[in-house]
Design a protein around this ligand. Sequence first.
Ligand code: NAP
Length: 215
Amino acid sequence: MAGKVGILGSGVVGQSLARGFLKSGYEVMIGTRDKGKLSDWLKKAGKKASAGSFREAASFGQTLVLCCKGEAASAVINYAGRQNFSGKLVIDVTNPLHFEEAGSPPTLSVAFPGSLGATVQHLLPKSKVVKAFNTVTAKYMCRPKLKEGEPDLFIAGNDLEAKKTVMGIAKKWGWKVHDIGRIEESYLLEALTILWIRYGYMNNSWTHAFKMLKK
Ligand SMILES: NC(=O)c1ccc[n+]([C@@H]2O[C@H](COP(=O)([O-])OP(=O)(O)OC[C@H]3O[C@@H](n4cnc5c(N)ncnc54)[C@H](OP(=O)(O)O)[C@@H]3O)[C@@H](O)[C@H]2O)c1
């Protein structure tokens, strides 16, 4: 029995990670303000999948995944109820993206020395927040297989056991994982996403991914 995961976000990321956890044997509840939008997804997701409010999903999960729109992170934590995060591993996949002009790439709404990862940990002092999966497109999150090879995953967080758990999950899905330090280093991972997005806008290509090469 792998346990229960509450996924706080119903977009492509929430759905992709939910599929990954379900395949790995977890029970999953996706949290949203509007369960109706998940009815098609639920039909295909199987018996171990469900949908609920942000609060229901946060209360359901032994492990929580925060994967809402970055600018709504604080609101989603409030909808979910802070007490429901207490003592739990929280995998933070969000990016603080700010879209100013249609057609232009976003900028970061919080940046060095701050980050959304550190903000989430600050909002949830009793949780073990691990920033992970935010530098990769939803398509590859649980299946990092590109024609060109296998990309790498970068994570950050303060709790070593929590990072070990995330590494274990990611490795099972096929990732090579690099721990880049404490949650305060999330600004690096969030900036890396901006590099990924900038490359996408300039080349009209959205299937790239990062790899660390070393001797
Ligand atoms: N798309 C990717 O490939 C990718 C890759 C890496 C990281 N990320 C990051 O992962 C997160 C999720 O991305 P996404 O593309 O799946 O979807 P998204 O559109 O960024 O987020 C969708 C989720 O945000 C919630 N939300 C939006 N506005 C809200 C508000 N005002 N109040 C409360 N909740 C609100 C939605 O709630 P409802 O369910 O109620 O609609 C939904 O659950 C983002 O932070 C993104 O930067 C995305």
